[in-house]
Design a protein around this ligand. Structure first.
Ligand SMILES: [Zn+2]
Ligand SMILES: [Zn+2]
Length: 101
């Protein structure tokens, strides 16, 4: 099982893997889970991705890990999370994602 987050590239240390949700599978094409490739993300990154983008945006534009890594809307988050050891963060869903739920 991978122990590195594909987005922020932080390594989740062994003892923290006791938390089964510390690393999560993200379906790059959210509405087509059966065929979608998956990547392993740490919990903060996974939450952040879904709080930042709608499923439609993920499907149309951010369906590769490279696209997510390069996304301008994640840049500030990524530089912050990389400076922390946090595996739990509070996230406010962006208005534009909330409006589409
Ligand atoms: Zn991460
Ligand atoms: Zn996901």
């Amino acid at each position: 099982m991978p122990t590195t987050c594909a987005l922020c590239r932080r390594v989740v240390h062994h003892e923290r893997l006791d938390d089964p949700q510390a690393l999560q599978e993200h379906h790059l094409i959210p509405e087509n889970r059966a065929e979608s490739p998956t990547v392993t993300l740490c919990r903060p990154c996974h939450k952040q991705v879904h709080a930042t983008f709608t499923n439609e945006e993920l499907r149309e534009t951010y369906h590769t890990i490279e696209a997510l890594r390069g996304a301008e809307r994640l840049a500030e988050y990524l530089s912050w999370i990389r400076s922390t050891g946090k595996l739990d963060i509070r996230i406010r869903t962006s208005d534009h994602v909330r409006e589409r739920r």
